[in-house]
Design a protein around this ligand. Structure first.
Ligand code: FES
Length: 145
């Protein structure tokens, strides 16, 4: 059911941990499954992401998507990081089962939440960035409520 890449990032997650005095920290959760993801960004004066760490309290796919998302944003500037969507994360993992798509959304939103925190702290505006939601799920799931 899971690709080799998903299994690899689940079993050997990259960039696990925290960053003290991070430039931006974002925490998001999904109330339905109860999973929580936190991303720390270390951003330099040229707006380049020098380091990124994550902590995920969640399912295997959440761990794998956070791991891959941190790999994708590392070394990028904040505009490039904005382009890293959950689809890009899923593609980099060679796909996820449909019931696990929301896990990758959590990764995208955790990065956005950390960028939002960075922008707020520095009094800047990041093009295309919206205020993070606290509860992340897919739209069709949301319609059930
Ligand atoms: Fe909810 Fe994976 S089952 S994040």
């Amino acid at each position: 059911m899971y690709t080799e890449k998903v299994m690899d990032h689940f079993q050997n997650p990259r960039n696990v941990g925290e960053i003290e005095d991070a430039s931006g920290v974002g925490t998001v959760g999904n109330a339905k499954c109860g999973d929580i993801m936190r991303i720390y960004l270390d951003i330099d004066e040229n707006q380049v992401i020098q380091d990124v760490k994550f902590k995920t309290f969640g399912c295997g796919a959440a761990v794998a998507t956070s791991s891959m998302a941190t790999e994708l944003v590392k070394g990028k500037n904040i505009q490039e990081a904005m382009q890293i969507t959950n689809k890009a994360v899923m593609e980099a993992l060679d796909g996820l089962p449909p019931v696990k798509v929301h896990c990758s959304l959590l990764a995208e939103e955790a990065i956005h939440a950390a960028l939002w925190d960075y922008a707020e702290k520095h009094g800047i505006k990041i093009e295309g960035l919206e205020k993070p939601k606290s509860d992340i799920h897919e739209e069709e799931e949301a319609e059930e409520y």
